[in-house]
Design a protein around this ligand. Structure first.
Ligand code: 5GP
Length: 120
């Protein structure tokens, strides 16, 4: 499936819908998740159009990959997440439950997050 440029994060990148921005540069945008799962729940997205983590890792150029990784670190610094720790998640596909088809990572923190997955 090709990249869907009508997805909600593409609209945020184009400024068509608002977000609570934390930081950005030419490679990434970071903003608060609209339905936070933790006291700190930030989404970091690349500025370029990639569907998911596989697409990004496969097709992004080295500048985009480095820029995105450094962007995550900038957010970690800005939100002072290194001392107490955080969790970084990227959902993919049906089992992962990705809802928005523009690559993003969730950066979660602000409290002890507990087990990685709820026990079933
Ligand atoms: P996914 O399930 O694709 O990994 O995560 C998508 C995330 O995007 C969800 O945590 C959801 O709350 C968040 N989200 C969906 N729509 C919006 C929106 O319009 N604005 C913001 N800031 N977050 C959104």
């Amino acid at each position: 499936m090709p990249y869907d440029s009508n997805n909600i994060f593409a609209k945020i990148l184009r400024g068509e819908i608002p977000c609570k921005k934390i930081a950005e540069d030419e490679f990434y945008l970071a903003f608060h998740d609209i339905q936070p799962c933790a006291p700190i729940h930030v989404l970091v997205i690349p500025k370029s159009a990639y569907k998911d983590v596989y697409d990004f890792n496969q097709n992004a150029n080295p500048d985009e990959i480095i820029g995105f990784s450094k962007g995550i670190n900038q957010v970690i610094e800005l939100l002072n997440l290194r001392q107490d720790g955080f969790r970084l998640i990227s959902n993919f596909g049906t089992y992962g439950g990705q809802e928005v088809p523009h690559y993003h990572v969730h950066l979660l923190g602000g409290k002890k997050l507990g087990p990685m997955l709820p026990s079933s």
